[in-house]
Design a protein around this ligand. Structure first.
Ligand code: NI
Length: 252
């Protein structure tokens, strides 16, 4: 059930049988000439909605802007500083905990969010450890799962793309969005990529990124992305994350 499409009495009823919630988190940043700016948020959200529907789990609103300072050299990219994003995550968790949610399953679509999410979880736990949380607050548990890190998903992308998968604007994430948003895919998928596979390297700030990777991709050839492969990746990820979520909500 999507929280945004639920009424408050429905959320109250849900809480009588479950204290678990899925929180999709992504980013708003360039994904090369053939990938959507919203890729990381769209992928996390589409998978979260399907997982929630399959196993009757509540899905919170997506955090669509993440930590992406290094992408600011490209129009459309937006970022929250790590310190801001930590506050956003912490406040969302505390809001939901106020109503009785205790198990927070963050379904992530952006590698750049990982360090900040981990720090935010530590802030939440520190409130309990220092005794600064409300005395009646139950033990909260937070977990992070990246949709693209599951065993089955990685196997599909390795077989389909090999070294052309890359590390930014990956063939897999672009394929997933082409499956989810085929009409918009038709518009962007034919844009030529030169070179076909982008270079790789280390990145620092936004200017450095744009200088080294002028079209925005790193190491990837998203020209290989198809709607059919996106469907396979979607189904594999949904299956793996349903299992992960069900295990997680049993956590003591
Ligand atoms: Ni991405």
């Amino acid at each position: 059930m999507r929280m945004q499409l639920a009424t408050w009495p429905e959320v109250e009823t849900y809480l009588r049988t479950s204290v678990g919630v899925i929180l999709p988190i992504g980013s708003t940043e360039q994904h090369g000439p053939t990938g959507f700016v919203g890729t990381d948020a769209l992928t996390a959200e589409m998978i979260a909605i399907e997982v929630g529907a399959k196993i009757d789990a509540m899905v919170a609103p997506t955090i669509s802007v993440g930590m992406a300072q290094h992408h600011l050299g490209f129009p459309g990219s937006m970022t929250l500083r790590p310190s801001t994003l930590i506050c956003v995550i912490q406040d969302m968790i505390n809001s939901l905990a106020h109503h009785g949610f205790e198990r927070f399953f963050f379904l992530n679509g952006h590698g750049g969010n990982v360090a900040t999410l981990t720090a935010a979880f530590a802030e939440v736990y520190a409130e309990s450890s220092f005794g600064t949380a409300a005395s009646n607050r139950p033990s909260l548990r937070c977990i992070l799962r990246n949709w693209y890190m599951g065993e089955k998903v990685r196997k599909i992308s390795k077989e389909a793309f090999g070294d052309d998968e890359g590390s930014h604007a990956t063939a897999s994430e672009v394929a997933l969005t082409y499956f989810g948003f085929p009409n918009d895919a038709d518009r962007v998928a034919r844009v030529p990529l030169d070179p076909a596979r982008a270079p790789t390297g280390t990145i620092y700030d936004a200017d450095d990124y744009r200088r080294q990777f002028p079209d925005g991709r790193i190491g990837s050839n998203p020209g290989l992305a198809t709607e059919a492969l996106g469907k396979q990746l979607f189904e594999a990820s949904v299956e793996e994350l349903c299992e992960d979520y069900c295990k997680f909500i049993e956590t003591a």
